[in-house]
Ligand binder design. Sequence first.
Ligand code: ADP
Ligand code: MG
Length: 277
Amino acid sequence: MNPGMSSRMSRDYLELAKLSVSFDGFVAVDQVSMSVLPGELRFLIGPNGAGKTTVLDAVSGLVAATGSARYAGHELVGRKVHRINQLGVGRTFQTATVFEGLSVLQNLDIAAGSRRTAGTLLRRRAQTPPEVAETLETIGLTDLADAPAGVLAHGQKQWLEIGMLLVQDARLLMLDEPVAGMSHEEKTETGQLLRRLATDRTVVVVEHDMDFMRSFATSVTVLHTGKVLAEGSVAQVQADPRVQEVYLGPGYSAEEAEAVFSGAAESTIRTGSDGSN
Ligand SMILES: Nc1ncnc2c1ncn2[C@@H]1O[C@H](COP(=O)(O)OP(=O)(O)O)[C@@H](O)[C@H]1O
Ligand SMILES: [Mg+2]
């Protein structure tokens, strides 16, 4: 292990302080403060329009923000997208952005290239670079390395997109609804992948899927109308009446609450390595 690792790890956290984003006077993100540590699998949930995607946009530099978003000791607010990227911040979008006509390997190669210097890009490489081969294994697409990305299943495209962040050595991964439209099996595999990634990276997942959240989140932040409504363990946010009201409206029954947060009665957070539920 590289000797700088542990000190780097301890600094590699994301800290938002009074982060705000306005669109023509409409406040989409309203003084959001939260910290995410390496090793955490933080879920950011909330109803449609709560401001979840805009938080990711602000951290990745796609929209102007006020307040502070620090990662690994660097202030991100006010920096350009490519600079933020170079600091190890990567995010995916709800719609996968892979090059469908290129192979899985070529997609990873191009993403890896964005981190290489002009000199190494010009040199022709005879074999798959080690970080690309390793990433293919991590995302489970080694056998499909030469397949055009366009033929991949929906879930596999999301994994390829995550792989494209890994070959760029993104240390903070922010994923926007990664399991939307996935089969149950794909969701489980994705959850297990995210868990592996979170062991030495900082991972923030925006999700709607409550079942998925319940199975894989180690901590949860709930956004509502741009503000942090609640934060804590899965059990804590599920039990929070304000959170239940936001999801169910006033006058919900205990049964309704339990149905939405299916399994809410179980208060354990699953932190085992097999991800089974
Ligand atoms: N570029 C934009 N211009 C104006 N309003 C926007 C823009 N992007 C998002 N919004 C608004 O900001 C609010 C939060 O949006 P968003 O972050 O996409 O919510 P979420 O991801 O939680 O569903 C919504 O009311 C949305 O309509
Ligand atoms: Mg969104």
